[in-house]
Design a protein around this ligand. Structure first.
Ligand code: TYD
Ligand code: MG
Length: 453
């Protein structure tokens, strides 16, 4: 027998209260509460059925078998997953509408169905014919890729029972619902319960499940954070709408390294792997321009070369502004403060624009030095030789702090024809670079300014 209990749930973070509130006390969002009915049915207690309880074993006695991963055939996708799909894993893919989540999964399903057997693609948002149109455009014609247009999870489960697919894709988790729960599809309770059901299915049957998740205005996955805790892997698909490049980023991965990124190009026949991303993010300018610096950022296990451009111009009216694309604006303010205090370069009365070419977003501190030098270079109107690459984190004292994987970063640059690397002196110990590239170790901002400008 079901026992009903009414409550209000914040649709942004999952906070629960018996009364509706105007503002959520945990995530501070306004008007985010919706009434939901908490069902304590006996069936929810039976969820564990089917899982055979095993006695605890000493870890030394457990034999781990190397799982065989399924490959999607899309090199970048497989890498972000940690080397392919682990059977029984649940992968959540989030991203803005129209970024290409459905396209990515449809393309991956094609290769998967050819290599591993029946794949079920559940489309809760588009009709079967819409999916077919997209598939035609992408050249997806596999006989073993099944499309189901259904929102009711109980029905979906029945089809899964009959088809016994090798991989299940649910596009999107916000669109499916369980009829035993009264809350609307997309509500916190529905998302949590549906994910829970799919999770148990994936683990019991050892079948991987992909979930598409929508993001809210501020770019986090809709539904409670709990969704991210439940699944094995969380990937974000991002990119500037107006750029053709898309970045698939691992936020959480139980079966691989996080912060790994995969880069795709959106073409008119779907997503294509980008094999040599470093070349891509360097603008192919011949002449040198003040304010432009090449940096090397570690994106997961790969060094990626990209260009930082800065423009320092006198403020015309009002207060000076900092505008940043691809880098954190607060980080820019910090670097401007360091320039001012440690080397006496005062850009206080000017607008500062900083941009990472190619529409990439970088959060890695290793690009600090490059950003700082780009600002200084633009301020002084002195350009830096374009075959110079920079790495280093900048501390508040103006010191250049060591960064990870210096060797890999510099070698990647050398491979692409760079002639000089500016890097933290602290990283010099044990550094082995056989390539032909001049190594300039710097200890502080003053050092690097005198080396370059
Ligand atoms: P879609 O996969 O529908 O995005 P999501 O599922 O994340 O909402 O992607 C749709 C966008 O991709 C749409 O704006 C058109 C573009 N697109 C292409 O440029 N080329 C293609 O081959 C396809 C299928 C889509
Ligand atoms: Mg879609």
């Amino acid at each position: 027998m079901a026992r009903e209990k009414r409550r209000f749930v914040c649709q942004e973070c999952g906070y629960t209260t018996p009364r509706s509130l105007g503002r959520c006390p945990t995530c501070q969002s306004w008007q985010s509460f919706a009434e939901e009915i908490e069902e304590l049915t006996t069936s929810s207690k039976q969820r564990g059925i089917g899982q055979i309880s095993r006695a605890p074993e000493p870890i030394s006695q457990i034999t781990a078998t190397d799982v065989e991963r399924h490959l999607t055939g899309m090199t970048e996708f497989d890498r972000v997953l940690g080397g392919g799909i682990v059977p029984g894993s649940v992968v959540l893919i989030g991203g803005d509408p129209g970024i290409g989540k459905s396209t990515l999964l449809l393309q991956a399903s094609d290769a998967l169905s050819r290599n591993y057997g029946d794949i079920l693609y559940v489309s809760g948002e588009e009709s079967v014919s819409q999916t077919k149109l997209r598939a035609t455009r992408l050249g997806v014609v596999s006989d073993t890729l099944y499309v189901l247009c259904e929102n009711n999870l109980e029905q979906i489960e029945k089809h899964i029972e009959t088809l016994q697919p090798k991989v299940v894709i649910v596009d999107s988790i916000q669109a499916v619902y369980l009829s035993s729960i009264q809350s609307a599809p997309g509500s916190v309770t529905q998302i949590r319960e549906c994910t829970g059901r799919l999770l148990i299915y994936a683990k019991n049957r050892n079948v991987p499940v992909f979930l598409v998740g929508h993001v809210t205005k501020d770019g986090t996955l809709a539904g409670p954070r709990i969704l991210e805790h439940m699944v094995d892997t969380v990937l974000y698909f991002e990119g500037e709408q107006h750029h053709i490049y898309r970045v698939l980023r691992a936020i959480k991965n139980r079966f691989g390294s996080t912060n790994e990124i995969g880069i795709f190009e959106m073409q008119n026949r779907g997503l294509v792997d980008v094999m040599n991303p470093s070349e891509l993010f360097l603008s192919n300018r011949e002449e040198e321009v003040a304010g432009s610096i090449v940096v090397s950022s570690m994106e997961g296990t790969r060094p990626l070369l990209m260009e930082v451009q800065a423009l320092v111009v006198p403020t015309n009216y009002g207060n000076p502004r900092n505008t940043a694309t691809g880098v954190d604006r607060h980080r820019i303010s910090l670097l401007i403060a360091v320039l001012n205090k440690r080397v006496g370069i005062d850009v206080g009365g000017a607008d500062v624009f900083v941009n990472i070419t190619g529409g990439l977003r970088v959060a890695e501190p290793g690009i600090d030095l490059g950003v700082l030098m780009a600002i200084a270079s633009s301020y002084r109107e002195i350009s830096v030789d374009r075959r110079t690459v920079m790495v280093g984190e900048v501390g508040l004292g103006g010191e250049i702090r060591p960064v990870t994987h210096v060797e890999r970063r510099i070698r990647e640059a050398a491979k692409l024809g760079f002639k000089r690397a500016i890097f933290p002196e602290y990283n010099r110990k044990g550094l082995k670079i056989e390539e032909n590239i001049e190594l300039v170790g710097v200890k502080d901002v003053y050092d690097s300014l005198s080396a370059l400008l």
